[in-house]
Design a protein around this ligand. Structure first.
Ligand SMILES: [Zn+2]
Length: 510
C-alpha cells in the first residue's frame, strides 16, 4: 500500500523527550566505544554506579507524563490492554523476567508507521503502530516485547545513563519543562526540533553488541516459557534485517536502536536449534488489534481511505484471520464516520466469521465494539448486559471496565456509575481515565465541587499540575462545596502546591 500523500506529522514531544534523555546522558553516549567501556562494564553483576531502580522509575515516569500528553501516544484502551496482556504473559513465564530489581512494566503504543520499539528507563516499553502492523504473528510481536523486557531487566538502560552523578538526575524534570515551554514558541521549538530529529535519530539510546545478545537470550527464554513460537524472533528479526539492507526509505529505525547483525541472528538460530518446535494459533484478539492499530495509525480522511482499500483487499484474499480483521477495521471506521447502519452490517458479518471458528474464543475487542454499537444505537440496557458479561469473562480488561461505567451512565444509573468509578479510583490510583470518567458522572449529577475535584485529580495524574491547581480553585468556589469538601480541597491544594514548587526549584537549578 502506498503511503498517504500528506505532510509527515511532526512529533515534537517524543523526539524532544528522547533528546532530553540523551542530552542528560550525552557524555556517556558520545562514542560507542566510550559507551561500551563505561556504561556496560560488566553485564552480569552490579557495579554500584548504575542508576538506582527508584531513580530509574522516577525518570521513566517523568518521561511518560510527557509522552501521554503527546497526540501520537495511543491511549486506546483496547490496544493498551492487548500489549499489557501479552507483556504480562511473558513476564509471568519466568522469575528472571523482572530482573533482580523486580521491575514493574507498562507497555504502550505510539502512532508511527516506522518499525520500532523502545524501552524507557523504569520498565516503560513503547511499540510503534508500524511494528504492530508488520508483525505476521503474535509470536513475532511478542519476540520484540520480550527482547525489550530483557534490556530493562538486565539494567542496560540504568547502566547506560547511570554513570552520571545521581544528583544530576534531579534537574531532569526542569529540563523536560523547558522542552515543553519551547513548544509554545514556534521559533524555539522549530530549532529544537531540527536538533531533535537530527541528533536524536543518530543518538537514540543504542545498545552495544553484548547487551543485544543478552536481551535476545532473555527474550528467547521468556518466549519459550510462555508458549510463543521461538521461531517468531528469527522470522521477525530476519525480515527487519532484510528491510534494512534494502536501504529503502522504510528501513526500520529499530535497527538503529538495536544494532542487528547477521551474527546476532545466527546466535539466536543456534539457541533455538535445541528447543522443541511448537506451533501456536494466534488469538482472534491479535487480528482485531492489528486492524485497530491500522485505523488508529492515521486518523485523517486519507488515512481511513487507505485503510479501507487495504481491508477491502484482505476481504478479497479471503484468509480467515485477515477477513475477521478487515470486517472489524471497516466496522471501526464506519462507527467513527457515524455510518451506524454500515457498522451494524459489518459487525454481523464479523460475528458470522467468529461463529465458524472453533479454535478461537471470543475477544475483548469484539465485545467492546458490540458495547459501543449498542450505545450509539441507544440500547443502553443491552450495552450494560454485554459489559457485565464481558467483565466476567475478561476481568482484567480496562477497556471493558470503563465501558461498563459508561453503560451504567447511559442506562441512567448515575449513582451506581459514580460508586463503581470511586471503587476503581481506589484500585487504580494512577489511572487518569477513571478520574475523567468520574468527573463526567458528577457533571451529569450536577455535583460541581466533586466534578472539579475529580478533574483536578485527572490533570494531576496526567502530569499537568497548573491545570490541577486551577480545578481545585474552581472546586472551592462551587456553590455545593460542603465543609467536608473544603477540607479535602485544602489538603490537596497544599500537596500539589508543594509538588509544583519542588518542580520549579528543579527548573531553576539548571
Ligand atoms: Zn535491543
Amino acid at each position: 500500500m502506498k503511503p498517504s500523500p500528506r505532510p509527515r506529522r511532526v512529533r515534537p514531544v517524543l523526539s524532544l523527550v528522547a533528546a532530553a534523555v540523551l542530552a542528560f546522558s550525552a557524555p556517556a553516549l558520545l562514542t560507542p566505544s566510550v559507551l561500551q567501556a563505561q556504561a556496560l562494564p560488566n553485564l552480569g553483576g552490579t557495579d554500584g554506579e548504575e542508576l538506582s531502580p527508584l531513580m530509574e522509575r522516577r525518570l521513566g515516569e517523568q518521561v511518560m507524563n510527557n509522552i501521554r500528553r503527546d497526540r501520537d501516544y495511543v491511549g486506546d484502551p483496547i490496544v493498551l490492554d492487548y500489549l499489557n496482556q501479552a507483556g504480562g504473559v511473558l513476564l509471568s513465564s519466568s522469575p528472571e523476567a523482572r530482573g533482580d530489581a523486580g521491575y514493574d512494566f507498562m507497555f504502550f503504543a505510539v502512532r508511527d508507521p516506522s518499525l520500532n520499539a523502545f524501552a524507557l528507563p523504569g520498565g516503560f516499553i513503547g511499540v510503534h503502530t508500524g511494528l504492530i502492523l508488520a508483525s505476521q504473528s503474535e509470536s513475532e510481536l511478542a519476540s520484540v516485547l520480550a527482547h525489550e523486557i530483557g534490556h530493562v531487566s538486565q539494567r542496560h538502560i540504568a547502566r547506560m545513563i547511570g554513570n552520571q552523578r545521581q544528583d544530576a538526575l534531579l534537574p531532569l524534570a526542569g529540563l523536560l519543562l523547558a522542552v515543553l515551554a519551547a513548544r509554545t514558541s514556534p521559533d524555539l521549538s522549530a530549532a529544537a526540533m531540527m536538533g531533535g530529529t537530527g541528533l536524536a535519530a543518530q543518538r537514540q539510546l543504542s545498545f552495544g553488541r553484548d547487551a543485544e545478545r543478552e536481551a535476545d537470550r532473555i527474550g528467547l527464554n521468556l518466549l519459550r516459557g510462555s508458549g510463543f513460537e521461538v521461531n517468531g524472533m528469527v522470522a521477525f528479526f530476519g525480515r527487519l534485517e532484510a528491510a534494512g539492507r534494502s536501504r529503502s526509505s522504510s528501513a526500520p529505525s529499530y535497527l538503529r536502536t538495536h544494532p542487528l547483525t547477521t551474527e546476532r541472528i545466527a546466535d539466536i538460530e543456534a539457541r533455538i536449534r535445541n528447543m522443541p518446535y511448537r506451533q501456536r494459533v494466534d488469538s482472534l484478539e491479535f487480528s482485531l488489534v492489528k486492524a485497530r492499530a491500522r485505523v488508529l495509525q492515521d486518523d485523517t480522511v486519507q488515512g481511513w481511505r487507505d485503510a479501507k482499500v487495504f481491508f477491502t483487499e484482505q476481504l478479497q484474499q479471503g484468509v480467515r484471520a485477515q477477513v475477521m480483521g478487515a470486517h472489524y477495521g471497516l466496522a471501526m471506521i464506519a462507527l467513527r464516520q457515524k455510518d451506524v447502519a454500515r457498522a451494524g452490517t459489518l459487525l454481523e458479518a464479523l460475528h458470522a466469521d467468529v461463529a465458524r471458528e472453533t479454535l478461537m474464543p471470543s475477544s475483548p475487542a469484539l465485545v467492546s465494539m458490540d458495547i459501543e454499537y449498542s450505545l450509539v444505537t441507544g440500547k443502553a440496557e443491552q450495552a450494560l448486559a454485554l459489559a457485565t458479561e464481558g467483565r466476567n469473562r475478561f476481568p482484567l480488561s480496562r477497556a471493558l471496565t470503563m465501558q461498563y461505567a459508561e453503560s451504567l451512565l447511559a442506562a441512567g444509573k448515575k449513582e451506581a456509575a459514580a460508586a463503581f468509578l470511586r471503587d476503581q479510583s481506589q484500585l487504580y490510583r494512577q489511572d487518569a481515565g477513571v478520574q475523567r470518567a468520574l468527573a463526567r458522572v458528577y457533571a451529569e449529577q450536577g455535583k460541581q465541587a466533586l466534578q472539579h475535584l475529580a478533574l483536578a485529580e485527572y490533570y494531576f495524574l496526567s502530569g499537568a499540575l497548573p491545570f490541577a491547581l486551577e480545578q481545585l480553585r474552581i472546586a472551592r468556589t462551587s456553590p455545593d462545596a460542603s465543609f467536608y469538601d473544603q477540607a479535602i480541597i485544602d489538603a490537596r491544594e497544599r500537596e500539589l502546591q508543594a509538588a509544583w514548587q519542588e518542580m520549579m526549584a528543579q527548573t531553576k537549578k539548571r
